[in-house]
Design a protein around this ligand. Structure first.
Ligand SMILES: Cc1cc2nc3c(=O)[nH]c(=O)nc-3n(C[C@H](O)[C@H](O)[C@H](O)COP(=O)(O)OP(=O)(O)OC[C@H]3O[C@@H](n4cnc5c(N)ncnc54)[C@H](O)[C@@H]3O)c2cc1C
Length: 142
């Protein structure tokens, strides 16, 4: 809630992704959520009582059973395709890359430049850590 801040909001938006994820993961844990990293959704089968899901986990392939499956797996959602939902939007035409990098001496700080081939931005996040964002014109998303 940015309204609790009395000054400019940039500092709040500049929190490293890893820190935001840690806060959200702790909260989800308090709510009883079982977060499993390194597991990949592969396929689903639906019936009247629920859904069976094939996943690849650390120990190989597994099957999970649940009443519902919610796909929150991004723009190229495998869950959406497996469930047979149409994609009525338009496909992405431009890819952007973001990395939080240690040991990069970016000058000036922050940096933002539009160039004939694209654009680059870099901003300090914390001591020794810079966020670098790059966009290359004409390079479709991978
Ligand atoms: C450089 C950059 C800058 C951006 N800046 C902004 C901004 O300033 N403001 C803004 O609003 N948006 C911004 N966006 C867009 C924003 O990041 C996305 O719209 C948002 O992250 C989409 O969230 P999501 O949860 O739908 O998907 P994602 O964040 O893509 O999350 C999907 C997750 O599902 C996982 N996954 C994928 N497939 C599987 C599978 N088969 N099994 C298990 N897990 C799977 C992925 O590993 C990922 O963790 C930016 C994006 C980029 C790349």
């Amino acid at each position: 809630d940015y309204t609790v801040l009395k000054d400019a909001h940039f500092g709040a938006r500049g929190i490293p992704q890893s820190q935001t994820e840690a806060v959200l993961e702790e909260w989800a844990g308090e709510l009883g959520t079982d977060i499993r990293r390194g597991w990949e959704f592969r396929a689903l089968e639906q019936d009247d009582d629920g859904v069976s899901v094939a996943v690849a986990g650390p120990g190989g392939e597994h099957r999970l059973r649940a009443q519902f499956l919610v796909g929150a797996d991004g723009g190229q959602s495998t869950v959406r395709a497996a469930a047979g939902f149409a994609f009525p939007g338009t496909s992405a035409t431009r890819g952007m890359y973001l990395a939080d990098v240690v040991g990069c001496q970016v000058k000036p700080r922050p940096l933002g430049e539009r160039l004939p081939g694209g654009m680059v931005m870099a901003a300090p996040l914390a001591e020794g850590i810079d966020r670098i964002i790059v966009c290359e014109h004409g390079a479709p998303p991978a």
